[in-house]
Write a protein that binds this ligand. Structure first.
Ligand SMILES: *Cc1c(COP(=O)(O)O)cnc(C)c1O
Length: 426
């Protein structure tokens, strides 16, 4: 840690929250240089949906490297890319009746968002994009301009414009339909809101504090986009690849987005890769009009292809996620009832759930105490007020229960440390 404190920029953040040097990781566990085991309820912010170093993916990767498979090829054709595209088509898109072209932008999620925004503006010939309160779409300037968080936005150091932020589902409470609100702005030529090229939305705002959009709200939003000739972009970077159960988070709502952003767990192994899925008629780029050195990460292709075969040839994983999600929901609801003084609210869907606390210090303290107790768990939301559970989807039930027990103990201890006694319960 001393070398890190001495040489690494203070911009680092997760290593402040989890102050140890990690060395190994298998399945749902991380191990530090002292050999201490940590259960991982963070999973690389949903990059590791199939856990760390999944044996089937590792085997394919080692074979590929041993055989001098291509590692880097810009966007030249490689057999790994051919296999990836064919398997993605056969196991993911076709069974869902989805017809999309696959664009490889740079390797990060934010690159996928940049490509989506650029293409939408090019196609519609409009400058503005509509985004939502508490949205998170990445840290490059385009993605940041459609991100809500003031702290992250301020890092840009210049005005972030050509976007309008509108209230997300439930922003004014359950009784206000924010789609009606948005519609009024779009229909009134005196509203001051210009015609926009696209709307970009997350079905669940993970970074924004696990805010879940209702299915009807999402369906109405899609219909509104069609009515106003705006492209409908779904950012499924964090909640796609099975996090909510199905491969895409919007399958149950029956959405039909024009553009879909995917990254985080796509390679299934932690290798960076991002895709922007386009309806075929939107594929209006000129060759090279949007490019990048690290497109088509072949090692990511190899593990992604194997992950599709391992986990998405049937609906077993989807069913497992649903069962584990039920277990988590029950445990969290029990916890909130057990500690009424914490004033917690359970949020989430699938294996992205958490507790929002009125007092943001509670979430941060639980995370710190949980780390002492051998559990890695993060917070999210504008004030870090939400304790956010993101275990690998492949976690065993025993490990899930172990982690939930640590959360229970850590919440009790956190309340004690913060001096929040049960008497404060009202
Ligand atoms: C993580 C994330 C991004 C950005 O991905 P990076 O790889 O960090 O650039 C964009 N959108 C959502 C919803 C995310 O969770």
């Amino acid at each position: 840690m001393q070398v890190i404190e001495q040489y690494e920029s203070v911009v680092r953040s997760y290593c402040n929250n989890f102050p140890t040097v990690f060395e190994k990781a298998v399945g749902s566990c991380l191990y530090d240089t002292e050999g201490r085991r940590y259960l991982d309820f963070f999973a690389g912010a949903s990059v590791l949906n199939y856990g760390h170093n999944h044996p089937a993916l590792k085997k394919k990767l080692i074979e590929y490297i041993e055989n001098d498979g291509i590692t880097h090829s810009l966007d030249m054709a490689s057999s790994a890319k051919v296999d990836f595209l064919q398997t993605f088509e056969d196991l993911i898109l076709k069974p869902r009746g989805m017809n999309y072209k696959v664009q490889f932008p740079g390797p990060a999620g934010t690159n996928s968002v940049e490509a989506a925004l650029k293409l939408a503006r090019k196609i519609k010939g409009r400058e503005k994009i509509i985004s939502f309160t508490n949205a998170f779409h990445g840290m490059t300037l385009g993605a940041l301009s459609v991100t809500g968080n003031a702290f992250k936005r301020s890092g840009a150091g210049l005005p972030l414009n050509y976007s309008d932020s509108m209230p997300y589902c439930g922003y004014f409470g359950e009784d206000v339909d924010t789609i009606e609100y948005l519609e009024r702005f779009l229909e009134d030529s005196g509203s001051g809101v210009d015609d926009s090229a696209a709307v970009i939305v997350e079905t669940i705002q993970a970074e924004g504090g696990i805010k879940v959009a209702e299915q009807k709200w999402l369906q109405d939003l899609q219909a509104l986009c069609r009515k106003h000739d705006m492209l409908f972009i779904v950012d499924d970077i964090q909640v796609g690849c099975g996090r909510t159960g199905p491969f895409f988070s919007f399958e149950e709502a029956g959405l039909d987005p024009d553009i879909i952003c995917l990254s985080k767990s796509l390679s299934g192994y932690g290798h960076p890769i991002a895709v922007t899925l386009l309806r075929p008629e939107l594929d209006q780029w000129e060759p090279g009009e949007h490019n990048g050195t690290f497109r088509g990460n072949n090692l990511a292709f190899v593990t992604a292809t194997e992950a599709f075969k391992q986990f998405w040839a049937d609906d077993k994983l989807t069913q497992e996620v649903k069962a584990k999600a039920e277990l988590v929901a029950q445990a969290l609801n029990k916890l909130v009832a057990q500690f009424p003084q914490a004033k917690g609210e359970v949020r989430g869907r699938g294996l992205l759930q958490g507790i929002a606390f009125e007092n943001a210090d509670i979430a941060g303290t639980v995370s710190a105490v949980a780390f002492e107790n051998g559990l890695i768990i993060e917070t999210s939301g504008p004030e870090g007020e939400v304790l956010k559970l993101l275990p690998p989807l492949t976690i065993t039930e025993a490990e899930l229960k172990e982690g939930l027990d640590i959360i229970e103990r850590s919440l009790g201890e956190a309340l004690k440390r913060l001096g929040i006694s049960s008497k404060e319960a009202v």
